[in-house]
Design a protein around this ligand. Structure first.
Ligand code: NOJ
Length: 517
């Protein structure tokens, strides 16, 4: 065995609190996920990433971990987790948990001991300045809030103190440990201990939260990469089938330098993902390549993606995501028609794609909700999964006011029930594309990605994957390019196309996948 299973995987991201409530308390749970494994497999996904399920005060939806080795009671018990893992493995499916290495909750036992001011073995587990009057403005410090005479560095929200992996450049030797210090490496050992705990239970790896955030003053991420390489050695030696997938969005640093098996392509201002799908200014003009009345620029994507792909392809995979729990869902930016084209593109590109729960039916981004558990603007992408037309759209039997978040009560709300089996639905389109990707490994990672036609501010975009060529035209105009079909077979279409001996026309808002013999 080895991590080769990753090569042809398609993942499904489960936000556990909103997926399926098996015990009618209004919140999704582990038994609920187990009950829906067949659904996920039927869609074609063979691996799951589950957002944090650990004990937490939920100031950041579980990314504020109180106890890394305990399941949050609201999700179930250790037995429920074992049941889920067994059921997944029985079906040949993999499960990744979410590893939060950069910070804990301020209610974690380590932090509770560290902040008292009394000596404890966790004095150096976090980053405290020497005294409360010592607060250099370049750091995000919580000041004057604990008994210990010092301020502590936070990694994300105020309730998430940064763990101490040291500083690459030590500016204040009075309180900053070097990244090579024994104190910093004690934290690494503590992290490995947590990882072993779950890997020993048989999980298939981790999605790693804010993987670049470990060592401070480490602009080039040199010391941070050193830690991950060390962890990768542990994985290769003791857990050779398990994978690490980073939230980083920098394949050179994450995959090549740090040893991650895959890295997410995230929506970062100005990057290729943003230019493809999310380049919209407020409520104004949408300049994404995939948009209604599209007038984007494919060269912006290629300038970012191609070098990242070329430098990392020998070492790991770039993960396209339909969305995740941190971004507005796609319908906020584009119509269902364009979403289907974007899925066709993602499922015919190299890498390891991730489908965010509910994206397979086009669930919307809600802008009418107040923040839940530190979600803020992200809350609207975290609403309950929409299964069918029954109570709470099949998510839960609980009374409406007990639900984790309200369900989409619009009469036109998409559900699995009203999309499955309906030709042309987002669901059936995605399912067919995943099936094609599985049937022909050339479409996942058994072949190179090569550009066939890409012009700045022009459509279509055409690319070769082995014996396949994909043409995608989200614009409002039919587009003709020189291309010889040479008797190629049509493997998949959305919309219309036509060809003569030397040209191919891809109609407005259409996709064509052909296979040469
Ligand atoms: C990234 C996670 O995806 C996000 O949901 C979380 O709030 C932050 N990291 C902090 O852990």
């Amino acid at each position: 065995m080895s991590t080769s299973w990753l090569k042809n995987s398609v993942f499904y991201e489960v936000y556990p609190q909103s997926f399926y409530d098996s015990n009618s308390d209004g919140i999704g749970d582990l038994r609920g996920i187990a009950l829906k494994l067949d659904y996920i497999r039927e869609l074609g996904c063979n691996a799951l990433w589950i957002n944090p399920i650990y004990d937490s005060p939920f100031m950041d939806a579980g990314y504020d971990v109180r106890d890394y080795k305990k399941i949050a009671p609201r999700y179930g018990t250790e037995d429920d987790f074992k049941h889920l893992l067994d059921e997944a493995h029985k079906r040949g499916m993999k499960i990744l948990l979410d590893l939060v290495p950069g910070h804990t909750s301020d209610t974690h036992e380590w932090f509770k001991a560290a902040k008292t001011g009394y000596p404890s073995e966790y004095d150096n587990r976090y980053i405290f300045t020497k005294s409360v009057w010592d607060a250099p403005p370049e750091y995000r410090l919580m000041c004057g809030v604990c008994e210990r005479d010092g301020n502590y560095l936070v990694n994300y929200f105020s309730s998430q103190p940064a763990l101490n992996y040291g500083f690459h450049e030590v500016k204040y030797p009075a309180w900053q440990f070097s990244a090579d210090s024994p104190e910093a490496w004690e934290t690494v050992e503590a992290l490995k201990d947590i990882m072993r705990f779950w890997l020993d239970k048989g999980i298939d790896g981790f999605r790693v939260d804010m993987a670049d955030s470990l060592v401070k003053n480490d602009d080039e991420k040199i010391s941070t990469a050193k830690i991950w390489r060390d962890i990768r050695l542990m994985m290769d030696a003791d857990y050779p089938d398990a994978v690490l997938i980073s939230e980083w969005s920098n394949p050179l640093r994450a995959i090549v330098n740090s040893g991650f098996h895959a890295d997410f392509y995230l929506d970062h201002q100005g990057n290729g993902y943003n230019s493809l799908f999310r380049k919209r200014f407020g409520d104004g003009d949408n300049l994404s390549f995939f948009a209604d009345h599209a007038h984007g620029d494919i060269e912006e994507f290629l300038a970012d993606y191609t070098p990242a792909y070329l430098c990392s392809r020998e070492h790991g995979y770039i993960s396209f995501i339909t969305n995740n729990h941190d971004m507005p869902r796609a319908p906020f930016y584009m119509s269902d028609e364009i979403i289907r084209l974007s899925h066709a593109f993602m499922m015919t590109m190299p890498g390891v794609p991730f489908v965010y729960y509910g994206d397979e039916i086009g669930m919307i981004y809600r802008t009418d909700l107040v923040s839940k558990e530190g979600g803020f603007s992200r809350t609207g992408s975290r609403t309950p999964m929409q299964w069918d037309h029954t109570k709470n759209l099949g998510f839960s039997d609980a009374d409406e006011d007990m639900l984790y978040l309200p369900v989409d009560n619009r009469p036109e709300a998409p559900t699995v029930e009203n999309q499955a089996g309906v030709q042309g639905s987002i669901y059936e389109n995605l399912k067919a594309l995943i099936a094609l990707r599985k049937e022909f490994p050339e479409l996942s990672n058994d072949s190179e990605f090569e550009i066939v036609y890409a012009k700045s501010h022009d459509y279509p975009f055409a690319y070769r994957r082995g014996s396949f060529v994909a043409f995608v035209n989200p614009s409002d105009d039919d587009r003709t390019i020189e291309y010889r079909m040479d008797g190629a077979e049509v493997a998949y279409t959305i919309g219309d196309w036509s060809a003569d001996e030397n040209t191919v026309t891809i109609n407005a808002r259409s996709f064509l996948l052909i296979k040469h013999s």
